[in-house]
Design a protein around this ligand. Structure first.
Ligand code: NOJ
Length: 721
């Protein structure tokens, strides 16, 4: 059904032009529309405007009137679709061709139903469940008028000082690839034009996670080899999953900023990977090419960016004023403009925007914070919690125990939302105190101290509460604003006052459970030895309280595993599990003053039950490049509580022309294993996919020789003949 016509779209004889005909293939429609567009109309499509920081829907009216309706996209910050529809009406009815606007927004870990930050999601090792949460986020965004989210962020990050480590899935390229691809599929569904589906955006292309010393917006040094082996794989996986768009990065890649990098955006993304959607700049990234010392002026910045393959300019409004002159002077070709426009139109057609440019207006109670959405948020939060320590089985809490809940995070709500919390609101969050009050009968509370500062006046009350209780739950951590964009920290230790509160409280002689909420790995070198149990809950979102209560009381068995290494102290950074072999056996990077091993390593996490791994077997220990080999291990739950176990499959290539990491994650699977029962886990090894490596040109290489398959300390050798 054709619902909408542009001003001059209908021919004199009343027939519709092909681009308005939904029955035609997208490519036919794109070419038809492109052939009708003037250069100015094309250039307008390459711009994303913003309503600025004005997020009050009542104030949007005037701004909507002044925005040029021919623009390609709008960064949309209202709470509902009313102003979207008003703006879209102008695009559809007041422009010559009636090209709908694409409305984008940062729905990162939820729109209004905020669920755990991406770093936490990775720790669940449950990409299907994380995908369910993305579907909720996509639908909430869609009914608020959003077609396109700037998510997932698939930047591999190995410096926890960098605040944006919270926004990605951790340190490992494979785990990040799996979660990124799951997010893309969940946001976009099988058909982008179905209501509730929105376009995804893989960001930040590429290497932003390599920011030097964890500082934001700074130079990054990335060799072609690490570009290919560490930073590009999650983007390739996201492109294969169908991601409609990518966002360019602020950082440099060996001296060429991501937003002017022809190699990454054109050679790799568009030619090698054949991506046919578009690349949007990060915020003001085109103008920043001047700051970065590449372009001497704005016009040259535009020239470099568009010629490198950056299709849409985000908010710095430089493409609009400069592109026409650049085309006329021959510095930018019409072919490049056409290519960029084609890519943007393709996404708009695939989203069905020409047929359904307006969003159905639904009341809030039908589109946000729905009971089933909150259920997903809680289940996901529970699976992200990582039990780091549990001496003498302090956890789970025992029925009838008197619990003293202490610390700055205990009653906080906003901090549990984490950074980039969309339209999430403090009042939507169930605090840890409120969650525990529902379940624990004898609960006392003491504030203790703030997140930082010198005020120790609450210590005495905290110690008193601790001495009158059977067990202490001490809620420490980071404020929501301590991680995220431009929120780096020079040390990953918590402020001293929080550690001092722990030391004071433990003097009461009661078991202390430290509950940690943070957006990055924390230095636990003093906290962990002083605590009887440590539960990492990250920034869990609106259902934090019920999820914490469920795990602390043993209703849910914790099943999270670290997807990022917890360094012993800041001085060990960067430290990650898949480092290459040291030159001297057994003394990899020894320090004189601290251990050389991390506090908690990648993949680590305890449970309330115990698992026993059987022998690791393989279907054949020699193979050729065309064979597949199946590796199998059986895991038994030998404790008395049901639990979910994640089997992590690593490979090791001990000798190779380009040296490889000591081990690399290649597959994982999480299964529920009832108490006393066993489950068999398999890894179907495809040699080219799982044992090969890429060189600095992106060529895949598989060398004959020995490989090891590693599972939980078990190792089997395979030989490629
Ligand atoms: C800048 C951030 O780097 C990016 O991640 C975000 O999507 C844009 N701003 C838009 O808000």
């Amino acid at each position: 059904m054709i619902l909408v016509c542009g001003l001059s779209a209908v021919a004199e004889d009343g027939t519709l032009p092909p681009y308005k005909d939904a029955s035609l293939p997208v490519e036919t429609r794109v070419e038809d529309l492109l052939s009708r567009m003037t250069l100015q109309e094309k250039i307008a499509q390459l711009n994303q405007y913003s309503l600025g920081s004005n997020d009050n829907v009542n104030n949007n009216g005037e701004q909507v009137k002044v925005l040029p309706p021919e623009i390609g996209s709008l960064l949309y910050t209202a709470d509902d679709a009313v102003s979207r529809n008003a703006m879209q009406k102008r695009a559809m009815e007041e422009t010559r061709l009636g090209i709908p606007i694409l409305f984008g927004y940062d729905t990162v870990h939820g729109y209004r139903t905020i669920y755990p930050i991406p770093l936490a999601q990775g720790a669940s090792w449950n990409p299907e469940l994380a995908g369910e949460a993305c579907r909720v986020a996509g639908a909430e965004s869609y009914y608020a008028g959003i077609d396109w989210t700037f998510s997932p962020m698939v930047d591999v990050a190995r410096d926890p000082r960098w605040g944006r480590v919270a926004e990605g899935y951790g340190e490992d390229p494979y785990l990040t690839s799996v979660f990124g691809a799951a997010a893309v599929r969940a946001y976009q569904g099988d058909d982008l034009s179905e209501p509730g589906n929105i376009a995804a955006c893989l960001k930040h292309f590429v290497g932003y996670g390599a920011s030097e010393a964890g500082r934001d917006y700074v130079y990054s040094e990335i060799s072609r080899q690490s570009l290919w082996s560490t930073y590009l794989p999650p983007f390739e996986a996201g492109v294969k999953a169908g991601a409609a768009t990518l966002m360019s990065s602020f950082n440099d890649i060996s001296g060429i900023p991501g937003s002017a990098n022809r190699y990454t955006m054109t050679e790799v993304l568009k030619r090698m990977w054949r991506h046919d959607g578009f690349v949007v700049a990060d915020w003001h990234a085109v103008r920043q090419l001047v700051n970065q010392g590449m372009a001497p002026d704005d016009a040259t910045a535009v020239e470099y960016a568009i010629n490198a393959g950056l299709d849409m300019d985000m908010t710095d409004n430089l493409y609009m004023p400069h592109l026409e002159a650049l085309v006329k002077s021959g510095r930018v070709s019409v072919e490049r403009i056409d290519d960029a426009v084609r890519r943007i139109l393709r996404v708009k057609f695939r989203l069905g925007l020409f047929e359904h440019p307006y969003t159905d207006i639904k009341p809030e109670n039908e589109r946000i914070l729905l009971p089933e959405s909150l259920d997903v948020a809680q289940r996901l939060a529970e699976e992200t919690f990582v039990l780091l320590k549990n001496d003498a089985e302090v956890l789970p809490l025992k029925p009838g125990q008197k619990v003293a809940l202490i610390g700055p995070m205990a009653k906080s709500r906003k901090d549990l939302l984490g950074s980039w919390h969309g339209r999430g609101r403090e009042e939507d969050v169930v605090s840890i105190f409120d969650g525990l009050s529902e379940i624990v009968q004898e609960l006392t509370y003491a504030f203790g101290c703030g997140f930082e500062g010198e005020d120790r006046s609450g210590f005495a009350e905290a110690v008193k509460a601790a001495s009158e209780a059977d067990v202490v739950v001490l809620c420490l951590g980071e404020r929501y604003s301590w991680s995220g964009e431009n929120a780096s920290r020079s040390t990953i230790a918590l402020p001293r006052i929080q550690e001092e509160l722990l030391m004071a409280v433990r003097k009461a002689g009661k078991p202390v459970v430290v509950l940690l909420s943070n957006g990055r790995p924390i230095d636990l070198s003093r906290i962990s030895p002083a605590a009887d149990a440590v539960l990492e809950i990250w920034q869990p979102g609106v259902m934090a309280g019920p999820a914490v209560a469920s795990v602390l009381t043993g209703k849910t068995n914790p099943s999270g595993r670290l997807n990022v290494t917890f360094p012993y102290t800041t001085g060990q950074i960067p430290i990650y599990y898949c480092q290459r072999n040291p030159a001297r056996e057994g003394s990899q990077g020894r320090y004189q003053d601290i251990p050389s091993t991390p506090m908690y390593e990648f993949g680590y996490g305890l449970s309330y039950t115990s698992y026993e791994y059987g022998p690791l077997s393989v279907s054949s220990d020699t193979f050729t490049v065309n064979d597949t080999v199946t590796a199998t291990v059986t895991v038994t739950n030998t404790g008395d509580m049901d639990g979910k176990e994640t089997v992590q499959w690593y490979i090791c290539d001990p000798y190779s022309t380009i040296t490889r990491p000591v081990k690399e994650l290649k597959h994982f699977e999480k299964k529920m294993i009832p108490a006393g029962e066993s489950r068999t886990f398999e890894f179907e090894i495809d040699p080219m996919r799982d044992l090969s490596y890429v060189d600095w040109k992106g060529d895949r290489i598989l060398e004959p020789g020995d490989y090891y398959i590693i599972v939980k300390g078990r190792k089997v050798r395979l030989t490629l003949e």
